[in-house]
Design a binder for this molecule. Structure first.
Ligand SMILES: NC(=O)C1=CN([C@@H]2O[C@H](COP(=O)(O)OP(=O)(O)OC[C@H]3O[C@@H](n4cnc5c(N)ncnc54)[C@H](O)[C@@H]3O)[C@@H](O)[C@H]2O)C=CC1
Ligand SMILES: O=C(O)CCC(=O)C(=O)O
Length: 423
């Protein structure tokens, strides 16, 4: 039974990777690059699989499997988050690392993409066990990461505490304090103001621009958000503050719906550190029902493969903006686009996190720290430029927003690889 579930996850992730590769190939063809550029960019240049032994609280030793994928380092060091999740797989981190390269290209950061993950469930682990996995992972991947090689950061079910343990472990091995090894750290350890909220802020900026294009006012707009973790919960807060009516939210266990608007302040106050809140309520709906609610704006901010060919025809929103990585399959992208729904793709919409991570790394390298307002002004500029570039490309090249984003994102690494003489 467990093997069957693992096989189904692996198949899903294989599809995810293969569809990503197909869009990368189309983007390169549209830009006129020869096939060997695709041959280089279709897979990460490096993938490390590690086995991490951890002494558990009951005295047993458990061996965890982890990965770190580095997609392309022609532009600069690779960069991207580390997720802790029971369904992490090799193909998933490969796809995620390609998306990180595309994000860095779209918002013009001096990075390539990287991504890591560990197969584990933090919801069932103690603080001490989590620290063991975090430190063990850093020891295992230490040869291929570092502030000028590959810089990790938070992602699903990882947070600033986990970044702190990882930074401490790396600094001990390196024998000096090395905050630029990782981003998303607590402020007292060299974290940046504004990193915690950066992903949601970036989505908010893209959403504002997308809404302008569609003539929708954010004030009074009915918004549905799937996922109430770092990305989803801050987005709910920002939408609520902007006067939108957040009528639906969800977590891994269910969803809440109120057509008159949910009490976002209460939900923010009561959510736990894994973004769980629906367990406090008796009357819930399913995540499937949530996605099909009548609304103006739908924001998947949880996990992959949520909008597929099976439900794309039932989506009622006018704008779908992807805060999560990979929530909409490529078949569903076509259906939504044909139906006239504006889809703002993950590699653009969720690039606020890595942008402020870049600011954090710059501040660590220079040892001089910025105030939150400065971070936010810089983020606004970067995201706006990224949105306009992708939107214009979609318009002038008559392609959907996802293909346009891939065209914008892939160009820099293709050019850098060419100048280096790799292709
Ligand atoms: N944290 C960050 O800086 C960034 C996150 N992202 C992406 O945003 C998405 C969410 O990430 P975070 O908010 O950081 O994670 P998180 O771990 O803080 O929160 C995840 C949320 O999704 C919910 N969830 C999990 N499985 C679900 C399912 N099957 N159906 C419905 N809800 C489910 C969880 O209950 C939780 O509310 C991921 O795709 C991540 O890669 C993208 C860019 C940056
Ligand atoms: O902050 C970062 O460096 C990476 C964030 C991330 O993993 C993502 O954008 O998916």
């Amino acid at each position: 039974m467990a093997d069957k579930a693992a096989e189904s996850t692996n198949n899903k992730h294989r599809d995810l990777l293969e569809s990503t590769q197909r869009v990368v190939q189309s983007a390169l063809q549209k830009l006129g690059y020869p096939e060997e550029v695709y041959e280089l960019l279709r897979e990460p240049v490096r993938l490390m699989t590690v086995r991490i032994p951890v002494r558990m609280d009951d005295g047993s030793t458990k061996i965890f499997t982890g990965y770190r994928a580095q997609h392309n380092d022609a532009v600069g060091p690779t960069k991207g988050g580390v997720r802790f999740h029971p369904e992490v797989s090799e193909d998933e981190v490969k796809a995620l690392s390609i998306w990180m390269s595309l994000k860095a290209g779209i918002v013009d950061l001096p990075y390539g993409g990287g991504k890591g993950g560990i197969i584990c469930d933090p919801r069932e682990m103690s603080f001490r066990e989590l620290e063991g996995v975090s430190r063990g992972y850093v020891r295992a991947i230490s040869q291929i990461v570092g502030p000028t090689k590959d810089i990790p950061a938070p992602d699903v079910m990882t947070n600033s505490q986990i970044m702190a343990w990882m930074m401490d472990e790396y600094s001990r091995m390196d024998e000096f304090n090395n905050p630029g090894f990782i981003t998303g750290k607590p402020i007292v350890l060299g974290g940046s103001e504004g990193r915690e909220t950066a992903t949601a802020k970036g989505v908010t900026i893209c959403l504002r621009e997308a809404a302008k294009q569609r003539g929708i006012s954010i004030e009074g707009a009915r918004v549905v958000i799937q996922g109430f973790g770092n990305a989803g919960s801050y987005l709910a807060k920002f939408m609520h503050e902007a006067g939108a009516k957040v009528i639906g939210i969800s977590d891994a266990y269910g969803a809440l719906h109120d057509p008159d608007g949910l009490d976002i302040d209460y939900l923010l106050d009561r959510r736990d550190s894994f973004g769980t809140v629906t367990n406090l309520f008796k009357s819930t709906i399913s995540n499937k029902e949530l996605l099909e609610l009548d609304c103006d704006i739908l924001v998947p901010a949880a996990v992959e493969n949520q909008i597929t060919k099976d439900n794309a025809h039932n989506i009622k929103a006018q704008i779908v903006i992807e805060a999560a990585n990979g929530p909409t399959t490529f078949e569903a992208t076509e259906i939504l686009t044909e139906r006239g729904i504006l889809l703002v793709p993950d590699v653009l919409a969720s690039a606020g996190g890595v942008t402020v991570s870049y600011f954090e790394w710059v501040q660590n390298n220079q040892g001089y720290y910025w105030e939150e307002q400065e971070v936010e002004e810089k983020l606004e500029k970067v995201m706006l430029k990224g949105f306009q570039n992708v939107y214009q490309t979609a318009h002038t090249r008559r392609v959907d927003m996802r293909l346009a984003a891939y065209m914008v994102g892939v160009r820099k690494m293709a050019e850098a690889s060419r100048f280096r003489g790799w292709i």
